[in-house]
Ligand binder design. Structure first.
Ligand SMILES: *Cc1c(COP(=O)(O)O)cnc(C)c1O
Length: 375
């Protein structure tokens, strides 16, 4: 009997048909398997090179004994801690399986066919994915060319120009990944003030803890002023818990209530909840991580300058460096030397590589490998 080949693509909903899946950084173990090496360095996914706080590890280990039980669905302890730290009530917090999970909930609640979301060129790759998956349309604002704001940074004027009657969500990464560019308190405040109240503004502060610049702001207190504001944060970056998957949104309770309608009942596992809560108790480890990052940013920037390479000024835990040529072959060559970085052609930056800040000796290794590769 003859079967016609099943056109699987046509079975998918329209938004999913044209979707390009997210491409993660290459895992260490995979590179070591492929090349038969054992001391590879991964500077590709903006992870904390110091790892998590020992307090978080201890809490995780202790919780392992209880994994026969479902986690607490409300994340009572962690939510309470976060509410205290941010001076909001617990009903303002929505926990996510990483902040990507929260971004996905936001899309599912506020977007669908016929509505639009605005974000910037070179912005975080998850925005177009979550928007398209629910059948909404992403409107991409051209980024700064360097004449009025940081090269490749969000151009809030261009973003504002794309906001129209169908716009329901605006995504802003502050600072942005993969560019490391950031927005000042004044420009961000002015932008949010200028938006109609029915447009939800998502300020993604995944790298918040790393930023020491004077005019960089915590936008959570602005919730008093802006009912349409959602701030997202994560434990994946400065807290070093990327593998556990914990992030959260802070919003008005009415918005959190909507997000919780689509949140999977046990989206944050019990080990993750316990480790994240414990991580919040270790301010010293966080400060050590921030200090390592500030020194690493300088070390990498100075190294790029010695190599005659331009880079985008970054306040995150990574720098996008311009290789002066198509970056893909450079990336491949670095892999052969056991150094994993991130090509960002998919972000519209085909000549750049994004390098995460590592330990001082890891940064040295990357710079030496880059020098050899470009020679
Ligand atoms: C890494 C990152 C996130 C979140 O990652 P999770 O691990 O899902 O919390 C969110 N936004 C930006 C801009 C990021 O770079």
């Amino acid at each position: 009997m003859m079967h016609t080949a099943l056109q699987y693509d046509e079975l998918a909903v329209p938004g999913v048909r044209a979707l390009q899946p997210y491409e993660p950084g290459k895992p260490l173990a995979e590179l070591e398997r492929e090349f038969g090496i054992s001391n590879a360095v991964k500077l590709a996914s903006n992870e904390n090179p110091l790892g998590p706080s020992p307090l978080a590890l201890a809490a995780a280990r202790e919780t392992v004994d209880n994994i026969a039980r479902y986690p607490e669905g409300s994340g009572y302890l962690l939510t309470g801690r976060l509410a205290g730290i941010h001076a909001v009530t617990p009903d303002c917090i929505t926990l996510g399986n990483g902040s990507n999970d929260v971004l996905d909930m936001i899309a599912r609640v506020f977007l669908g066919p016929g509505s639009e979301a605005v974000f910037s060129q070179h912005a975080f790759a998850v925005y177009p994915i979550v928007v398209q998956a629910v059948g909404a349309k992403g409107r991409v604002a051209i980024a700064h060319d360097g004449s009025r704001g940081p090269v490749a940074g969000h151009d809030l004027g261009a973003m504002h120009a794309l906001v129209g009657p169908a716009t329901r969500v605006v995504f802003i990464a502050n600072p942005n990944n993969p560019t490391g560019t950031w927005l000042t308190d004044n420009e961000l405040h002015e932008f949010i003030s200028s938006l109609p109240a029915h447009v939800m503004v998502v300020v993604d502060e995944a790298y918040f803890e790393y930023v020491v610049q004077e005019h960089y702001t915590d936008s959570i207190p602005w919730l008093d002023e802006f009912p349409n504001l959602i701030i997202t944060r994560t434990f994946s970056k400065a807290y070093g818990l990327a593998g556990l998957r914990v992030g959260y949104a802070v919003s008005r309770p009415e918005v959190a209530e909507l997000l919780n309608r689509v949140r999977q009942p046990f989206n944050v596992n019990s080990i993750a909840q316990a480790a994240a809560a414990a991580a919040l108790d270790d301010e010293a480890h966080l400060q050590k991580s921030v200090q390592n990052n500030l020194e690493g940013l300088q070390q990498l920037a100075a190294g790029f300058e010695r190599l005659g390479l331009e880079y985008i000024e970054s306040v995150g835990n990574f720098i996008a460096v311009d290789t002066g040529q198509r970056a893909e072959p450079v990336y491949q060559h670095l892999l052969q030397t056991g150094v994993i970085v991130r090509p960002i052609a998919a972000y519209g930056l085909p000549n750049h590589l994004r390098v995460s800040v590592g330990l001082p000796e890891e940064n040295v290794r990357l710079l030496a490998a880059l020098k050899k590769t470009l020679a």
